[in-house]
Design a protein around this ligand. Structure first.
Ligand code: A3P
Length: 326
């Protein structure tokens, strides 16, 4: 086992030595691996997922580009999957917050040496990932496997604003800060952790069109507009549709309320000093940093008309003919 683990590190070092690199938003550099920009820490996680992760037929993966709604979906998926286990008046989400509700596969896989076994998780196991569809092993993504993906995307302009704020907080104090204008240019050029944004979205979009029973494609904006309807879609896709009695009993609304930005961002555990998530030995993120505004269209406060036009035209070009609009 130790030998295999050392080999993996040698492979990682080899990749890092030869791959194109550019500026990272959080760490100094990110590396272009099979068409996507990854930090060394998550590239290690990806290699480990390929070598060690054993998907189960009932697994459900929550996939998203960074800052597109992972926190929200984590809460909704956990509350939905476990709705017969907990009372809403005394729900564990209100004590722990959504971040620790289920593992972030990308780095959690190596939080324990040499690899985290996820055998203890109740079925269906839930995992979150930011990796692009094409990077994940076919044991997870093949339409012939019965595990499922829930993908959530968001207007790239809002994802950019949210990511710049978030990464600026996490960025090492030893590095010079990234100005918003620089982040904007990097983002438009596709250079940001897990990006290019548009390739990420298109990979999951195409796969969801080909296998709608395997991948549910959601949009943050639709969820803000009609949370109950989107939640019903989500529950049905997860194989746990709400019964008529549950709908009449207000269960859908209870889950929407429990998982709302207002409820979650005001929990003690998500306030200053309330708690934090350990992603790797170096990367620890305060729970409160996962909650900022939770609005649609905050980009209006940051982008000039010229900047908006440039992003919108990239989106239009990249999504052309796909049937998807953002
Ligand atoms: P903003 O920075 O625009 O406010 P992720 O969870 O993927 O990291 O994305 C974080 C973004 O989702 C942040 O966006 C955050 O405020 C918002 N968010 C977090 N929890 C939410 C919730 N329960 N409902 C709606 N938005 C939420």
């Amino acid at each position: 086992e130790e030998e295999a683990y050392n080999k993996l590190h040698e492979k990682l070092d080899g990749i890092l030595a030869t791959m194109p690199k550019d500026k990272g938003w959080r760490s100094q550099n990110i590396f272009l691996y099979k068409g996507f920009w990854l930090s060394p820490g998550v590239l290690k996680g990806l290699l480990m997922i390929h070598d060690y992760f054993l998907p189960q037929p009932t697994d459900i993966f929550l996939a998203a580009f960074m800052k597109c709604g992972t926190t929200w979906l984590k809460a909704l998926m956990f509350a939905t999957a476990n709705r017969n286990r907990y009372k809403f008046s005394d729900h564990p989400l209100n004590r722990t917050g959504p971040q620790s509700a289920f593992p972030f596969l990308d780095t959690h896989i190596y939080l324990e040496y040499p690899v985290t076994k996820f055998d203890h998780l109740p079925s269906p196991r839930l995992f979150a990932t930011h990796f692009a569809h094409s990077l994940l092993p076919t044991s997870m993504t093949s339409p012939s496997s019965t595990s499922k993906f829930v993908y959530v995307c968001r207007d790239p302009k809002d994802a950019l604003i949210s990511k710049w704020h978030f990464m600026s907080k996490l960025r090492s104090k030893e590095l010079t800060p990234i100005s918003f204008n620089e982040a904007y240019d990097l983002f438009c050029n596709g250079v940001s952790e897990y990006g290019p944004f548009w390739d990420h979205v298109m990979g999951y979009w195409k796969a969801s069109r080909e296998s709608p029973e395997k991948i549910l494609f959601l949009k943050y904006e639709d969820m803000k507009r009609e949370p109950s309807m989107e939640l019903k879609k989500l529950a049905a896709f997860m194989g746990m549709p709400f019964t008529a009695a549950e709908e009449e009993g207000g269960v859908v609304e209870e889950i929407v309320k429990l998982c709302s930005f207002e409820n979650l961002s005001n929990l003690q555990v998500n306030k200053d000093g309330g708690g934090a998530q350990k992603f790797t030995a170096q990367v620890v993120v305060e729970n409160q940093d996962f909650f900022r505004k939770g609005n649609v269209g905050d980009w209006e406060n940051y982008l000039t008309e010229e900047m908006r036009k440039r992003i919108d035209s990239i989106t239009k070009t990249k999504l052309k003919g796909s049937g998807l609009t953002l």
